[in-house]
Design a binder for this molecule. Structure first.
Ligand SMILES: [Mn+2]
Length: 368
């Protein structure tokens, strides 16, 4: 039996941190489309259950069109069971708007709810899930009782931790879930795929999100495909990369560049080596130390490179370097200014910034 484990789709999130409204709208549609494509994939590969481990939606308010698309995808696939865990109860907006809950949409509450995923066949693959409520998690772990002779999937949404934290409601205490007969702990909340051993029997796994949204979600994203043998109850799992677009961060060390052209070349070389796709969202971070006299024109460089990717932004995190010796014998106002600043009671970073602005002002340039 094939099962998909996904989480953290965050449908209908604003995405306004980096993108303008036109591209944010496009990206929202892409994320919805990837979710719908995953359902098509499930149908094509005879997947019988889709586990959504929380955060299907970004917020309670969901656009009617998005709600309708999700509802119709669920209704169009009556042979697939959709097991929807609410992360931060963000799905209540979607559920409240449904006239009736489709028969193949299965929900969970604050107590454990168990579903049999293969009732008409062997009846031996079980899914148990609960929505973590503040202050009640301790009793929840104690009340988890599974049948050791069956295949047990447990689904939760929260931050895994090996001990119980009193302050944070959504901490999943892995230690309390060991030796309970769990074969696969399907988790949501962490937006990156991660799978590890839970105990001698099972493993815990975050599927990660389907599409990266911000630059803290770089690299591959997708879902987990489980294949459980209903006879032996042995299983295999595999991460399936599925995102339509990838976010990338590229750090370029521009130390030693003596002019803007050198920095431009360094960025071009790094991009040529990176093999990024034009569809990618790219963040370039300029790092290293650059002489205080070098004009960086970061905005100009951003604009020139932006056309090559869906999105590109350059962050200047270079530190300024002041070559005081080169001003030592400079008898002009410039030299006097640099020497004055050098003698001032300021830290090196501030001195460098003051000198940079001072030199720009003395040269009659617009400061940036
Ligand atoms: Mn999330």
């Amino acid at each position: 039996m094939k099962i998909i484990h996904c989480a953290d789709i965050h449908l209908d999130s604003s995405l306004s941190a980096h993108l303008d409204e036109r591209r944010a709208k496009m990206r929202r549609e892409e994320i919805l489309n990837t979710f719908l494509k995953m359902i098509d994939y499930a149908a094509a590969h005879e997947v019988q259950a889709i586990l959504i481990a929380g955060d299907l939606f970004d917020a309670r308010r969901v656009q009617a069109g998005v709600r309708a698309a999700v509802e119709s995808a669920i209704r169009r696939h009556p042979d697939i069971g959709f097991y929807l865990l609410r992360g931060n109860h963000e799905a209540s907006g979607f559920l409240d708007a449904l006239e009736e809950i489709p028969e193949n949409l299965k929900l969970f509450g604050e107590e454990w709810t168990t579903y049999c995923l293969n009732p008409s066949v062997k009846g031996n693959i079980m899914l148990t899930g609960a929505e973590l409520a503040p202050g009640k998690t301790e009793e929840l772990y104690d009340s988890l009782v599974l049948d050791y002779d069956r295949f047990n999937i447990v689904m939760l949404h929260g931050q895994q931790n090996n001990y119980t934290s009193k302050n944070r409601a959504e901490v999943i205490a892995l230690g309390k879930l060991r030796n309970k007969g769990i074969d696969y702990l399907a988790l949501g909340h962490v937006h990156e795929f991660h799978c590890e051993e839970l105990d001698r029997r099972g493993r815990w796994c975050y599927s990660g999100c389907l599409e990266g949204r911000g630059f803290d979600e770089c690299g591959e994203h997708g879902f987990v495909l489980l294949d459980v043998d209903e006879e032996s109850l042995a299983y295999q799992y595999r991460f399936v990369p599925f995102a339509s677009r990838t976010l990338r961060v590229l750090e370029v060390d521009v130390t030693g560049c003596t002019a803007f052209s050198g920095m431009e070349d360094a960025v071009e070389d790094a991009l040529a080596e990176s093999e990024f796709s034009p569809e990618d969202m790219v963040k370039i971070v300029l790092a290293g130390r650059v002489d205080v006299t070098v004009e960086k024109h970061v905005d100009l460089l951003s604009r020139r490179l932006a056309e090559r990717f869906f999105f590109l932004k350059i962050y200047d995190e270079t530190k300024l370097l002041v070559d005081y010796d080169s001003f030592l014998l400079d008898m002009s106002l410039k030299g006097e200014f640099v020497r004055q600043v050098k003698a001032a009671e300021l830290d090196e970073e501030t001195k460098a910034t003051v000198i940079r602005y001072g030199l720009q002002a003395l040269a009659g340039e617009v400061m940036e």
